[in-house]
Design a protein around this ligand. Structure first.
Ligand code: SAM
Length: 206
């Protein structure tokens, strides 16, 4: 899908729906937080939430004392919602409106988090571009947390087709220099009560 079409899609979603009514809404992203805490990274480490949208992950990380946070998303509507919710703390978070596959980060990061973004990259060229950005962005012994729909999860998210994964599939996408540290399934319940199967994986770069 072309970059502009992708952006228009997501701007349309966040321009027409409340943050707590989108199917991926989580009051508290517990599995992500548990995996981030399990890395043991210092709280002044740089952390990026790729495709963070209106997720409350940044709010919770801020509340836990993490102070170098970046939220990147294609949709500036989504980032505006998230900033408004965070209030004055939003000034301390770095917000980047852009496409992860084209991102040129100004620094390296200790932790890369992505929930429900990589799975939209159905074209191999887009996945390759994503992985190139990730490799340029992540510190040598950095951590990657990827959450996608599981093999028995939905085939469509927000009206778009997705690729579904298990831990082996995500490990293959990342390559041999990323070692799987932990994986856990999650049954996410959407605001309308549907269950969606996710897989979460935590990797460390060697
Ligand atoms: C299903 S939502 C998940 C949002 C968030 N990670 C969460 O768990 O609540 C997918 C998000 O990825 C963003 N997105 C999709 N493709 C993207 C891309 N190529 N670069 C950056 N963000 C993207 C969308 O705008 C949307 O906010």
């Amino acid at each position: 899908m072309a970059h502009d079409t992708r952006r228009e899609h997501w701007e349309g979603v966040y321009g027409s729906k409340l943050p707590n009514s989108v199917s991926w809404f989580q009051e508290k992203p517990r599995t992500s937080l548990d995996m981030i805490f399990a890395t043991g990274i210092p709280k002044n480490s740089w952390v990026v939430d790729v495709g963070g949208g209106t997720s409350t992950l940044a709010d919770h990380l801020w509340g836990q004392g993490y102070r170098n946070l970046t939220v990147l998303d294609l949709s500036s509507h989504a980032l505006d919602h998230a900033k408004a919710r965070l209030g004055h703390q939003a000034q301390e978070v770095e917000w980047v409106a852009g496409d992860v596959t084209l991102w040129e980060p100004p620094r390296t990061y200790t932790l890369w988090h992505d929930r429900a973004v990589f799975h939209f990259l159905t074209e191999e060229t887009a996945r390759r571009a994503y992985m190139e950005v990730l490799r340029r962005t992540l510190e040598p012994e950095g951590h990657v947390i990827l959450a996608t729909f599981a093999l028995d999860g939905p085939e469509i998210c927000s009206g778009l087709p997705v690729r579904r994964y298990d831990a082996e599939g995500l490990a293959a996408e990342l390559g041999a220099d990323f070692v799987l540290q932990d994986t856990t399934p999650e049954s996410h319940v959407t605001p309308v009560g549907k269950t969606q199967k996710f897989v979460y994986c935590r990797f460390r770069r060697q």
